[in-house]
Design a protein around this ligand. Structure first.
Ligand code: NAP
Length: 282
């Protein structure tokens, strides 16, 4: 039976723990704070837990589930403790800078990104089945050993997730469009509304906000640290997305200023037809 060590027991690490325990893997948790390790044990997300990185010594597979900015330093810190055949993977939302940096210190590495999340962070909101029927991206490179890729493909199937494979660079541009850009757009929508100078209207708008505003503001109102890390570590791709978005807004502004309603309707029809290419139009 494969022994899996999860380093970072938050939303993603904890959720992986629940699923892997259920599927018969032996799961070792490594947390930063002893309280988190205790909580993970009490919740049944892991079989064994502590704060010492040396706990990964027993693992066949180590899943790095720490925040993006400490993933590479965590990988470097665990290397002296690993079995020679151990595999490392990570779950960070960006891959371009992480994949070559970890592969340089541990060649038996493959980048991963389970694409499921929540507005809140932490072990308390972790849940079993979070990755079920959700995309799980693996980013092998020319130097990724075949058995490493096969082990991770098996794990993704065990989690019930939908496997995707691409290069780290393609991953980062794709997630910039559908995940990182929406966070910036949604945050700027929220702050644009706050520019209403009449307090009575601002209060009225807040009282009238309903399902449409809930949908469009959800990701912008999420954990600020996560959005900052996305932009910081995927800067080029996010800037490309923001430039394209600005272009669309400027075009829309011109059309509305000129009262070109036919053009506006065609624009909105095109948007309506495009949406099903990305998500189920519920
Ligand atoms: P989270 O709930 O905040 O959990 C992060 C965990 O990492 C915490 O339990 C914390 O441990 C630990 N940690 C924090 N700072 C650390 C440090 N400096 N050194 C070592 N450990 C540290 O975050 P998350 O949402 O699970 O995200 C974890 C990873 O998953 C990130 O790389 C993120 O990009 C990726 N991801 C997130 C989502 C999402 O929607 N949230 C989706 C897919 C992938 P303690 O509790 O012990 O302090």
């Amino acid at each position: 039976m494969t022994q899996v060590a999860i380093v970072g027991l938050g939303l993603i690490g904890g959720s992986l723990g629940f699923d892997l325990v259920q599927r018969g893997y032996t799961v070792i948790g490594v947390a930063r704070r002893p309280e988190t390790a205790q909580q993970a044990l009490a919740l049944g997300a892991v079989h064994q837990a502590g704060t010492d990185l040396a706990l990964v010594a027993a693992a066949d597979l180590v899943m790095l589930c720490t925040p993006i900015n400490v993933v590479v330093q965590t990988a470097t810190a665990i290397v002296p403790h690993l079995k020679p055949q151990a595999i490392i993977t990570d779950v960070a939302s960006v891959k371009g800078e992480i994949v070559p940096a970890i592969a340089a210190v541990w060649p038996r590495f493959i980048g991963g990104h389970p694409m499921a999340g929540k507005a809140e962070a932490g072990l308390a909101v972790a849940e079993a089945g979070l990755f079920q029927r959700r995309p799980y991206v693996l980013t092998p490179t020319a130097t990724t050993p075949e058995d490493v890729l096969i082990t991770l493909i098996t794990l993704v199937h065990d989690l019930g997730a939908d496997l995707h494979q691409c290069s780290p660079e393609d991953h980062d541009q794709a997630v910039a469009w559908i995940s990182h850009l929406p966070v910036m757009v949604s945050a700027s929508l929220l702050l644009a509304c706050q520019q209403e100078s009449n307090p009575a209207i601002a209060t009225l708008a807040q009282s009238l906000a309903s399902s449409g505003f809930r949908d469009t503001s959800r990701v912008g109102g999420g954990v600020p640290e996560l959005g900052t890390l996305m932009a910081r570590h995927n800067r080029t791709a996010v800037l490309k997305g923001l430039a394209a978005y600005k272009q669309q807004l400027t075009a829309l502004e011109t059309v509305i200023q000129q009262g070109d309603w036919d053009i506006l309707e065609r624009y909105l029809s095109q948007a309506q037809q495009t949406r099903p290419q990305y998500v189920d139009p519920l």
